[in-house]
Write a protein that binds this ligand. Structure first.
Ligand SMILES: Cc1cc2nc3c(=O)[nH]c(=O)nc-3n(C[C@H](O)[C@H](O)[C@H](O)COP(=O)(O)OP(=O)(O)OC[C@H]3O[C@@H](n4cnc5c(N)ncnc54)[C@H](O)[C@@H]3O)c2cc1C
Length: 166
């Protein structure tokens, strides 16, 4: 297998599909291996609610929800409680992910045909003020079509890559 591909991705859940399709679109050849059959493509995400963490989105603004990178970071840090040396990489990941969610994430998905149900939910509410744990404002953006709707763009891209031999 290693001779037939540049990268081997183990797991065809959403994380594996995102990685595989980004690698294939960069012109590399990818093999995706999963313990389950092709009918289970997308893994848990297919059965999920498809609720996405986005920050300062047009959907939030339309509902009068004031959100920002800074507030989302404060909520994340209030929940994570990073206070050890080994929290270095989780903190780096948190900063990168919140920046992604406040930046290119929505447009990146939208360009693939992903759409959002126009009511923002309030999952992982946690504590009751902005300094405590959990989301201090609603950030749960439900994918139009729920779980299958979040898997669909990546499954489509994976099948296109398959057709073109990547
Ligand atoms: C009912 C439900 C609702 C949810 N709702 C939401 C939601 O609204 N919002 C949200 O953000 N999250 C939600 N989640 C969580 C979210 O769906 C998962 O965190 C996410 O889909 C995990 O993706 P993954 O690719 O990391 O893992 P998985 O989807 O678990 O994929 C892992 C893949 O690896 C394969 N695999 C594992 N071990 C091996 C092995 N040794 N060899 C080969 N293959 C292997 C598995 O077969 C599987 O296909 C929900 C989950 C469920 C179950």
């Amino acid at each position: 297998m290693a001779e037939e591909a540049d990268v081997i991705v183990v797991g065809a859940g959403l994380s594996g599909l995102v990685a595989a399709t980004e690698i294939a679109d960069a012109g590399k050849r990818v093999i995706v291996v999963d313990q389950e059959g092709e009918q289970s493509l997308g893994g848990q995400a297919f059965w999920s609610f498809g609720g996405l963490f986005l920050v300062d989105s047009p959907e939030q603004r339309r509902l009068g929800i004031k959100d920002s990178y800074e507030l989302a970071m404060q909520d994340w840090l209030g929940t994570a409680g990073f206070d050890r040396d080994e929290d270095y990489w989780p903190r780096q990941w948190a900063e990168a992910y919140v920046a992604f969610a406040a930046g290119e994430k929505r447009d990146w998905l939208r360009a693939m045909g992903h759409r959002i149900f126009p009511v923002v939910g309030w999952a992982e509410r946690g504590g009751y003020d902005a300094m405590g744990h959990g989301n201090s404002v609603p950030r749960f953006h439900v994918t139009w079509g729920t779980g299958p709707g979040i898997v669909e763009p990546f499954e489509r891209r994976a099948r296109e890559a398959l057709k073109s031999g990547r």
